[in-house]
Design a protein around this ligand. Structure first.
Ligand SMILES: N[C@@H](CCC(=O)N[C@@H](CS)C(=O)NCC(=O)O)C(=O)O
Length: 107
């Protein structure tokens, strides 16, 4: 199997991506195939997104249930500039969002 190499950005562009990723958090667990899909996208787009493993971290599972309303993973928590929080479920939607926000030419 070949995997696409991660995108390479100029240092200033990567710094902007790094800063934006500090407002994102992925709730997941490693054996979940939908989470693996999102993690492949995260690797491809070279995104330093912090992760919480809801199988190993009971507190993370509680956070996800309280904030997002479900314990389904993957879920991307997005903190917007105005402080509003979005809990985005569905691997395909998350991958689309990441591609639009961080894909080639987006940042
Ligand atoms: N359609 C969803 C499916 C996600 C899904 O089924 N995740 C499983 C783990 S592999 C899960 O969290 N199941 C528990 C639940 O739905 O509460 C996606 O593409 O993200």
């Amino acid at each position: 199997m070949f995997s696409t190499p991660p995108v390479e950005r100029a240092p200033e562009a990567q710094a902007r991506v790094d800063a934006a990723c500090r407002h994102l958090m992925l709730y997941q667990f490693p054996s979940c195939p939908f989470c693996q899909r999102v993690n492949a996208q995260i690797a491809r787009l070279a995104l330093p997104i912090e992760q919480r493993d809801i199988q190993r971290e009971p507190e993370a599972r509680r956070e996800l249930a309280a904030g997002g309303g479900r314990t389904m993973v993957p879920c991307l928590r997005i903190v917007h500039d105005d402080g509003q929080v979005t809990w985005m479920y569905e691997s395909a939607e998350i991958n689309r969002y990441l591609a639009q926000r961080f894909g080639e030419g987006a940042i």
